[in-house]
Structures are given as C-alpha cells and as structure tokens.
Write a protein that binds this ligand. Structure first.
Ligand SMILES: Cc1ncc(C[n+]2csc(CCOP(=O)(O)OP(=O)(O)O)c2C)c(N)n1
Ligand SMILES: [Mg+2]
Length: 351
C-alpha cells in the first residue's frame, strides 16, 4: 500500500536545492504579478458593470505558481478549478484570452464565450474544460490519468479543488479509484478556509484536508501555499511519484482568500479585521522579498515589470471590449440538439 505518512507543513527556507535558476525565478514572479494585476482589473470591470461575473484568485497565486512550475506543460494535463488563473497563465493563456473570456466574446479561446468566466479550457494548452458543480474535475482528471496509464503516456493529470469541494461524493470516488489503480494524477487542494461563507470547521471534522487522503490509501501532505518554494517542492515530489507509477498524491496548500467568494458576494460573514490580517502574508509580497534577498530581483526591475504588465493588461482590456459581439441568433447553439421530426421508414421512402 502507498505510504500514508502524517502530513508535513513545508517551508521555503531550504529553497536553494530546488534547481530553479534566476531566470526561472523571475519568470515565476512575472507570471504571479500578471495574475494579480489581471485579477484586480477583472474585479474593477465587474464593479463598474462591464463584466458580469468574476471569481478572484488573489491570495492563492503562490500556490498556483509553485504547482504550475513543478509540472511539465508540454506533457501534463491541466484540469483546473475556477480560481486557477495563474495555472492557466503558465499553461500559455494570455491576458487577451482572459479578457475575451471575461466579456463572453465569441473569439474567447476557452469556450467561445459559452462557459461562465473562470471556466478555462484549451485543447492546444492541454487544459480540459470543466463543469460548474464543484469537484467534478477530480473525476475527469482521474479518467484522463487512467487513459494516460493505458496508453503508457508519460503525463500527469493536475487537478485542483477548494477545500469545500472535498466534501463531495466526486472527491471520494476520484481518490478511491485513482489510488486503487495507481493513476498518475495529482489532487491539489487550495484550502482558503471558506466555502463561500461556510468556514472550514463547519465543512469537515478533520483538522486537515490532507488527513482525508489516508482513508483512500494515498499520501496527503499539507504545505504553506503562500510559499512558492514549499508548494513547488511538494508538487514536484508528487509529480515524480506519479511518473514513477507509484500513484496519486493529495497536496493541500494553505492559502488565503483576499476577496469575497465572487463578484456577487458581499463577504459580510468575515470581520474586516480578519480580512485585513490576511494581507500580512500576501504571497506576491513574500515572493518578491524572497527574490530580492537572493539578489535576483530589485526595485527597478519590479517597477519596469509592473509598467510593462499594466500596459499589456490595458491593451488586452481594450482588445476584449472591442472584439466582435456574440450573434444573438446563436443563443441556442450547443444547448439544444437539432433534430427533425421523422416518421416511419416507410414514409421516408426507404421501404
Ligand atoms: C455541487 C455544487 N454545490 C454547490 C455549488 C455552489 N458553489 C460554487 S463554489 C462553492 C464553494 C466552494 O468552496 P471551496 O471548494 O472551498 O472553493 P473556494 O471557492 O473557496 O476556492 C459553492 C458551494 C456548486 N457549484 N456545485
Ligand atoms: Mg475554500
């Protein structure tokens, strides 16, 4: 049976042996910054009434970037959940793509504007589109990993879910099946301690989501998801394990949700003090400080990068807004099957 050692909380203090070059570290920071600034822009567009629905990933970027860089985007499969903006950016989605998605334009590469924003998908980028019921992607990922195993492909299926989604039947079925068949799938839980307004202690009686893995016979580890290095290490180990044929791992990243659940949530169930305290561990600030200490980033470079990314987001916003609108005549496309009323074979002249 797979090892089910007690979960450990990783730290970034031992980051130097991870083999991440200064260029890769700067790339990580760049993608993290793009994610944050894009997320902020989307919320602004929501607030001024231009974007109908936004679901923010602010506070979860370090976990996502750590995980994304530990995978191989040319070989692995991504089955993200709705907050995984940084995962999709790393996979190759651009600010323009995200804006087309947000404005539900027909040129949106995710779904032609048919899915809700945040429901990412791209055949080219190996991102598998998801369903809105939470945790369904865990089963899809298990299926993808099963296919990869049968085809002897060297690929890992990454899938993510919030901690609330781990109380569904789909979570149980996915972990159970994946562990039995030792499938190359990575279950990444982004634990922000809330499922909309429901706090962690009202969602489950275990202390950590990682504790749940033990019941299915796969290892579960908990990491500090505000720490890029800790998350990278845990996901790299899990991916290596999957590639070796040793089966799935559950990695629980402890993250923060800076914003309300979505643009439709007023967040009144949390005190302002509680929300303000989260900012003390802002993953973007922590990562910048870590890179400055290592001498791979400085204030001038951050300023240059910020200016360049802001200009990119401005251009993407304009591009998304100006892009052609959906044709109302296509409203029912992909929703209802087209069928013709046919009577008997005799009447169709096929006697
Ligand atoms: C099966 C199902 N039940 C309820 C919902 C409504 N819903 C959407 S997101 C969400 C909260 C999920 O919380 P969590 O899994 O912790 O993820 P988070 O949003 O906190 O990142 C709920 C209840 C849904 N989409 N699907
Ligand atoms: Mg949650």
């Amino acid at each position: 049976m797979a090892s089910t050692a007690p979960p450990t909380v990783g730290t970034g203090s031992d980051a130097d042996d991870l083999g991440l070059s200064p260029d890769v570290l700067r790339q990580m920071y760049e993608e993290m910054l793009l994610t944050r600034l894009l997320d902020e822009r989307m919320l602004q567009l929501n607030r001024i009434g231009k974007a109908p629905f936004v679901i923010s990933c602010q506070g979860q970027e370090a976990a996502q970037i750590g995980a994304a860089f530990a995978l191989d985007k040319d070989k692995d499969w991504f089955l993200p959940y709705y907050r995984d903006l940084a995962i999709c950016i790393h996979a190759g989605m651009t600010a323009r793509d995200i804006m087309l998605n947000l404005f539900a334009k027909p040129d949106d590469p995710n779904s032609g504007g048919r899915q809700m924003p945040g429901h990412y998908g791209s055949r080219k980028l190996r991102i598998v589109t998801g369903s809105s019921p939470v945790a369904t992607q865990l089963l899809h990922a298990t299926g993808v990993a099963y296919a990869a195993k049968l085809r002897r492909e060297d690929s890992v299926a990454y899938t993510s879910v919030g901690e609330g989604g781990t109380s569904t039947g789909d979570f149980h079925e996915a972990l159970n099946f994946a562990a039995i068949h030792k499938l190359p799938v990575l279950f990444f839980v982004e634990n922000n301690q809330y499922a909309i307004s429901v706090p962690m202690e009202k969602q489950m009686a275990v202390e950590r989501v990682a504790d749940r893995a033990r019941g299915y016979g796969l290892p579960g580890v908990t990491v500090d998801g505000t720490d890029v290095f800790a998350t990278f290490r845990a996901v790299r180990e899990a991916a290596d394990r999957a590639r070796r044929g040793d089966g799935p791992t559950l990695v629980e990243a402890m993250v923060q949700r800076f914003q309300p659940h979505s643009g439709d949530d007023d967040d009144k169930y949390r005190s302002r003090e509680e929300v303000a305290a989260l900012r003390e561990r802002d993953p973007l600030v922590l990562f910048r400080q870590a890179l400055e200490e290592r001498g791979v980033l400085d204030a001038a470079r951050v300023a240059e990068l910020t200016g360049r990314i802001r200009a990119e987001i401005d251009a993407a916003t304009d591009y998304g807004e100006a892009a052609r609108e959906m044709d109302p005549a296509t409203l029912e496309a992909h929703v209802f099957a087209k069928y013709e009323v046919r009577s008997t074979k005799y009447e169709q002249g096929t006697k």
